[in-house]
Ligand binder design. Structure first.
Ligand code: SF4
Length: 345
């Protein structure tokens, strides 16, 4: 593999999306990343939201959180570079503690992961004793450590169903939990809004207990966005991520995890598609499905995912940054929640 061959490959896929001069620079950086990867016996795991030049050049595996968790658990490499945000790299470290795990930018956070603390989860457990806690993978290690099982957007409804209890705590994404409640016919409450602090909930009927965290990207899509696109492009197939509101999910033609959306575009034959998710994914799908037209609502971007670039990935390998560390006492409790999920579905 040479910088020239990477350039030719990227050009074949991205000529309509990325200017040629930029592609040449990206190809040279990708070549450097490949060289460093071999030198350090590293594996690169990339989330579906990565910029197209990265997504299509250096990852050993690309996918959604669930797929990448499985890859992180399996790898033989010495180093895992996680091209995604910090909670994802933490999940890799939870599953592969003996490996060096790097996230290419120190500020790659997530509004969902920031919405809840370990202390919040302990208080929920105290308030609803005996109720199992299902925690979205978009959380930090200490929150996973306080939970019974993790879920991703690909398996949330199945994990909630697998609990086989009357009531389940499902945190911290308000919309994902509302969508699971809708799908499974459960009534959901949010203690921080629906119940007075410290009690008074004896009369209330509920089967799911949620938390008011939101993805700062997906919460912005509206039913009106969908109506406007349908008015202009009546033949567009509209796909939404389950971190969108239930109203948006209901108004869409399909809803699923990022990888489920990618598969759906591959397997259907609509004249055009609109993805209600991080915009970079539209470019990646367009590159892989040149015969399909992608509409994009790109004014909303994930500021965290967009910090992860090819250049930052090269620097991660070059300078061994930013190393993920998790105290062992937290990791051993967090790994139980993640492994239970991997074993359940
Ligand atoms: S897209 Fe949303 S859920 Fe994903 S990292 Fe960004 S803020 Fe977090």
């Amino acid at each position: 593999m040479t910088a020239e061959s990477i350039y030719e490959d990227l050009k074949a896929k991205l000529a309509d999306v990325v200017p040629d001069a930029e592609l040449r620079l990206k190809a040279e950086t990708a070549f450097e990343v490949q060289r460093l990867k071999t030198e350090r016996n590293a594996v690169i795991l990339a989330h579906n939201y990565m910029e197209p030049a990265l997504y299509l050049s250096v990852p050993d595996h690309a996918g959604d959180s669930l797929e990448l968790s499985r890859r992180a658990a399996d790898t033989e490499a010495d180093v895992i570079v996680f091209c995604g945000v910090r909670f994802m790299a933490e999940t890799a470290k939870i599953l592969s503690p003996e490996k060096t795990v790097l996230v290419p930018h120190k500020d790659a956070g997530c509004s969902l992961a920031a919405s809840i603390t370990a202390e919040d989860v302990r208080q929920l457990r105290e308030r609803f004793p005996g109720v199992p806690i299902v925690t979205y993978i978009n959380t930090y290690a200490d929150v996973k450590a306080e939970s019974d099982i993790c879920c991703t957007s690909a398996n949330a409804a199945a994990i909630v169903a697998s609990m086989k209890t009357d009531t389940v705590i499902c945190i911290p994404d308000e919309y994902l939990s509302r969508n699971v409640a809708r799908e499974t016919g459960k009534h959901i409450i949010f203690p921080t809004r629906d119940l007075p602090a410290g009690g008074g909930d004896g009369e209330l009927e509920y089967q799911m207990i949620g938390w008011p965290g939101r993805c700062e990207v997906h919460e912005k899509f509206t039913v009106e966005d969908i109506s406007q696109v349908r008015a202009q492009f009546p033949d567009a197939l509209i796909l939404s991520h389950p971190e969108c509101s239930p109203e948006v999910v209901e108004a869409s033609d399909f809803s699923g995890s990022t990888s489920a959306m990618i598969r759906h575009v591959k397997e259907t034959e609509a004249p055009r598609y609109l993805l209600l998710t991080e915009c970079a994914m539209g470019d990646n799908i367009a590159a892989e499905n040149p015969d399909k037209e992608m509409l994009r609502l790109c004014s909303v971007r994930c500021p965290h995912m967009n910090l992860i670039t090819l250049e930052a990935t090269r620097d991660a390998l070059l300078f061994n940054q930013y190393v993920i560390e998790i105290p062992e006492e937290i990791r051993v409790r967090a790994v139980r929640s993640v492994e239970r999920m991997l074993a359940a579905v």
